[in-house]
Design a protein around this ligand. Structure first.
Ligand code: GUN
Length: 292
């Protein structure tokens, strides 16, 4: 296939970030601080199991201590809230993450609100999101949006005055990312589209940057992508490849968009590793603040 886009290599950049973090972790260790991330996984969703394992492995690579707590899918909301309460009090834990999605008896917003904002390495607590709305980006920022911003910055993609379309308005990606893109100093003109939006195709066609976070395999077609625009693909889905009869991983954007885009994230190896790198960064930042 003819490929013209420059790949936005999240895997490579995330390894560079991990190398820097490793040094910071060693310095913190010398001062008696051992950065420590606690991950809670409720239930047995196979995709979540993979994500949590990837987070654990990344902690190992950088010298961050990680504790994984796996609870059965029948766990009550109160049990999870109580566990978070204990972790909030535990001075040895610097970051707490409850893997999403949780089983339906557990309200994710209640979980988010319970986590001590200083240990909220997901950046989902209203206090941290509120700072973002106020234009203060020094708090703990949501990992996937922060990873995308870092990837674009690293590739020297100037967003000032650019038309950026975000597809998806989730609490985890679309909403916080839109705020970051529109903040002073970044200065993008942001359009948020979602399942009720009309003419997404045309909106994309007039965009300088498309960021797809809908969770629908190959939702964005090559024909939607303007020549020389930038495409960031947040999605990752396993689908059957009809030509080989085997499963393959695809994003929210058709791979053929590479033929028209100037820059594009690969799937896998684009946004995913950056999310983890930002989680590690938040954990180290949180640990370093405790040491002050
Ligand atoms: N599930 C998918 N992405 C995320 C994330 O960034 N954080 C948590 N906690 N769960 C997720």
């Amino acid at each position: 296939m003819f490929v013209s886009a420059v790949l936005l290599d999240g895997k490579g950049l995330s390894r560079d970030i991990e190398d820097e973090l490793k040094i910071r972790v060693e310095e913190l260790n010398k001062g008696g601080i051992k950065p420590h991330l606690a991950v809670i996984l409720v239930g047995d969703d196979p995709a979540s199991q993979v994500y949590v394992r990837n987070k654990e492995n990344a902690c190992k690579r950088t010298g961050i201590k990680s504790t994984k707590i796996i609870l059965p899918s029948s766990t009550s909301e109160k049990e999870v809230l109580d566990l978070i309460g204990q972790m909030n009090e535990d001075e040895d834990i610097h970051g707490i993450l409850v893997q999403s999605p949780t089983p339906k008896q557990i309200n994710e917003l209640k979980i988010t609100n319970k986590i001590d904002p200083s240990k909220d390495v997901d950046g989902f607590h209203p206090q941290n999101l509120g700072k973002l709305v106020q234009g203060d980006t020094n708090g703990l920022l949501p990992c996937t949006p922060a990873g995308i911003m870092r990837l674009l910055k690293n590739a020297k993609i100037n967003l000032e005055g650019k038309k950026v379309t975000v597809i998806g308005r989730s609490r985890i990606v679309g909403m916080p990312l839109s705020l970051m893109l529109a903040q002073k100093g970044v200065d993008a003109t942001v359009t948020i589209t979602h399942s009720r939006s009309k003419n997404i195709e045309q909106i994309c066609q007039s965009s300088d940057v498309i960021i797809a976070a809908v969770g629908r395999p190959e939702f964005v077609k090559k024909e939607w992508v303007k020549n020389s625009s930038v495409v960031v693909d947040v999605g990752i889905s396993r689908v059957l490849d009809k030509s080989t009869g085997k499963n393959k991983l695809v994003g929210d954007v058709e791979e053929a968009a590479m033929e028209v885009a100037s820059h594009m994230t690969p799937v896998p190896g684009g946004v995913g590793p950056m999310t983890i790198a930002m989680l590690l960064t938040n954990t180290v930042v949180s640990a370093a603040k405790k040491g002050n």
